[in-house]
Every structure is written in C-alpha cells, then in structure tokens.
Design a protein around this ligand. Structure first.
Ligand code: ATP
Length: 219
C-alpha cells in the first residue's frame, strides 16, 4: 500500500502553517518527519488521520484519492501526543484492541504485575509504552506515531524501535519525534518540515544545511 499526501494548505486564523507538503509512505518503510517546534508536524499527522480539515489537501492510497477522513477507513492507527487510553484494567484494554497480552508480557515482562491494574495507575512513561505497543500491534495498514520516544527510558526506546522495525514489514509507518537520532536510525525516508514545506532529506547532513541541527551535530 502506498499513501501519499500533497497539496496541503493549513491556516490557523490568518497564520499559514503548512503550504507545499508532499509525503509518501509505503508498506515496508518507516517515514520520519523532523522539524522545529511549531512547524506543523502534529498538524500534518492530524490532517492525514482526518482529525483536522485544512483548506486544501489531497490524500491518495495506491493512487486513488481518499475523500473521507482516513480514520473512517479502518486502515489507520494513530498515536497522539497525549495519553488516550480508557481508564480500564490493562488486560481489558488489550482485549479491546485485539492484541495479545501474552506477547506483550514476553516483550515487557515488568508489566505482568499490572495485568489487572487500571491503566491510569501506571506512570506516564508506562502508560506510553502500553499505548505505543497497542497502536503498533493492532490491526492496520498505516500507523501514525506522534512523539513515541519522548517519555521513555533508553532501554524502552530500544524495545519500541525493534517493534517498529518488525511491524513495518506489514505496515506503512509515519513517525515524528524530537529525539532525532532515533528517527534517523529507524526511518527509511526522512522529511523535514520547514517554512510550511516538506523537504525530502537525501543526506542527513542536509539537516544541518537547513538549520534543523547545529553544525556540531551528527559527528
Ligand atoms: N488549534 C489551533 N489553533 C491555532 N493555532 C494552532 C492550533 N493548533 C496548532 N496551532 C499552531 O500551529 C503551529 C503548528 O503546531 P503543531 O502542533 O502542528 O506543531 P509541531 O511541529 O507538532 O510542534 P511541536 O514539535 O512543538 O510539538 C504552531 O504554531 C501552533 O501554535
């Protein structure tokens, strides 16, 4: 499956946020979106998901325009920046998402003790791990991840990166995070959003040329 988005124009009041976006994601690949604070990364994920209606946008799947919000197609799962799970016991949430609790425990044994605990009793980072796992593992063709790494400890980041690499075999994954080294390591393609436009990055040194990273980075 190939997902493309272009012809995006997003304004908030009279402020232009996005104008000149092209992004392509496909099964088997992770696409990383980088950009400074407030450049429009979250807005772009919301536009793809269908939560935000910009002035213009064109979403295509396998070359066919998709006119209804993508979330209505059941093709897509979205991890927003904020915690979103219902206040239920963990085991029940896994049932809701049709995701195996046993497989989760194999990957994250420290969570076994939480099987019958309500998710809101976990720490913020623990809740985030559960959310990211569910979004990555539940049935979909496209996964959108908004800042999955930001609240995780290094070992947990490594586990999530491994799951992303595994799941991309079946899915097109689009991911944004300020932890740029994890994005660079995990992504097959990288787009930088700057001045409302997306720029495909062919060589990571371009991230310095476009002043996203300082000259001393990446050495
Ligand atoms: N509902 C809204 N009303 C008005 N302006 C908004 C709204 N949502 C976002 N913005 C503005 O749009 C711009 C892009 O916001 P967005 O959250 O998409 O950026 P971002 O790249 O994800 O930022 P960050 O990396 O800081 O999370 C920002 O300047 C923000 O202030």
């Amino acid at each position: 499956m190939i997902l493309e988005i272009d012809n995006v124009e997003l304004n908030y009041n009279s402020k232009r946020i996005l104008n000149g976006i092209y992004l392509k994601a496909e099964t088997g690949k992770v696409v990383g979106i980088l950009g400074s604070n407030g450049c429009g990364k979250t807005s772009l994920l919301n536009i793809i998901f269908g939560n935000i209606q910009p002035k213009y946008k064109l979403v295509r799947i396998d070359n066919k325009p998709i006119l209804k919000p993508l979330y209505l197609t059941k093709l897509v799962k979205y991890l927003p920046q904020h915690l979103f799970l219902p206040k239920l016991k963990l085991i029940n949430i896994f049932k809701l998402f049709y995701v195996s609790w046993q497989d989760f425990i194999l990957e994250f044994p420290a969570f076994e003790k939480y099987k019958k605990t309500k998710v809101n009793k976990l720490s913020g980072g623990e809740q985030r791990i559960v959310e990211i796992y569910l979004v990555l593992k539940s049935n979909s063709n496209i996964v959108l991840l908004d800042e999955p790494f930001s609240h995780l400890a290094p070992l947990q980041v490594d586990s999530i990166k491994k799951i992303i690499i595994h799941e991309k075999r079946y899915k097109a994954i689009i991911i944004t995070d300020h932890m740029y080294s994890h994005i660079i390591e995990t992504s097959d393609d990288i787009y930088l959003i700057k001045n409302g436009c997306s720029k495909k990055i062919n060589n990571i040194n371009e991230l310095k040329d476009y002043e996203y990273l300082s000259q001393g980075s990446l050495t």
